[in-house]
Design a protein around this ligand. Structure first.
Ligand code: ASP
Ligand code: MG
Length: 251
């Protein structure tokens, strides 16, 4: 069993999603669990939706539209047929967020935040899963909230390991599974989040509970470079580094 995690930067556009397919075709996808983050900067965009809900309700529609437009532009490139089922799925998810914001009575920021922001991951996994099917890679979309159980300290939850282990051990490993990073759910099944940048942690939780052989965090760079390519021009790929150097760089 292997766990592969693709972050937001790796699925920030249609090309990124196509690259996920390329990776899976190249390295194979038997006994694999995919963990995907929200596309690009969607989590930030969803945070803006939450802020609008608390500070300036008239901005909500505009903020949600921005999220919709961004995902639609990716969808159009991946699925030229506007009748494709995925368009309905995405629409349903957006209706759900809007419905939550319309009916919610809780004044608690952190609670509302977790119910809303998690749609970034639900959208990205719905799209990637549909695209994998489209190119002939059979896969099973899993709602991670049914597996990772947490306490109710919204935005900064603690994993309830026993329950989580129990649920995860029921996952069918014979298929390629695809699920969301960052999310969990509490005892009342409300969505919880594991903290910003939490998807790597999700991959680790799943790997631990599945007793996986490896976790791979796929990045949008060709390998480990000698500097951050966002800040330096002529960065070089390091073909070998020692564990000590790797630890030092990570630190
Ligand atoms: N989408 C979440 C975030 O942007 C989790 C993650 O990407 O790791 O923080
Ligand atoms: Mg990250």
């Amino acid at each position: 069993m292997r766990v592969f995690k693709f972050g937001g930067a790796s699925v920030k556009d249609a090309e990124g999603v196509k690259n996920v397919v390329k990776v899976l075709k190249e390295v194979g996808h038997d006994n694999t669990m995919l963990v995907i983050s929200a596309m690009g900067k969607t989590t930030n965009a969803m945070e803006e939706v939450v802020d609008a809900y608390f500070d300036n309700k008239s901005e909500i529609v505009h903020k949600i539209d921005a999220v919709v437009e961004y995902h639609n532009s990716i969808l159009k490139e991946l699925f030229p047929n506007p009748q494709h089922q995925v368009y309905k799925e995405v629409k349903t998810l957006i209706e759900e967020v809007k419905g939550f914001l319309a009916w919610n009575k809780s004044p608690k920021y952190n609670f509302v935040y977790d119910q809303v922001v998690g749609y970034g991951e639900l959208l990205s996994t719905a799209i990637v899963s549909a695209y994998l099917e489209e190119v002939g890679i059979r896969n099973q979309w899993l709602d991670v909230r049914g597996f990772i159980k947490t306490d109710s300290s919204y935005r900064d939850t603690t994993v309830l390991w026993e329950k989580t282990q129990e649920h995860i051990s029921k996952i069918d490993r014979s298929v390629l599974n695809i699920t969301q990073g960052f999310l969990g759910s509490d005892e009342n099944n409300f969505t919880t989040t594991l903290g910003r940048e939490g998807s790597d942690y999700t991959a680790a939780i799943l790997a631990y509970c599945l007793n996986a052989d490896s976790v791979t965090i796929w990045k949008d760079v060709p390998g480990v470079l000698n500097a951050d390519p966002r800040y330096f021009k002529e960065t070089q790929l390091l073909n070998n580094i020692s564990y000590r150097e790797a630890i030092e760089l990570a630190f």
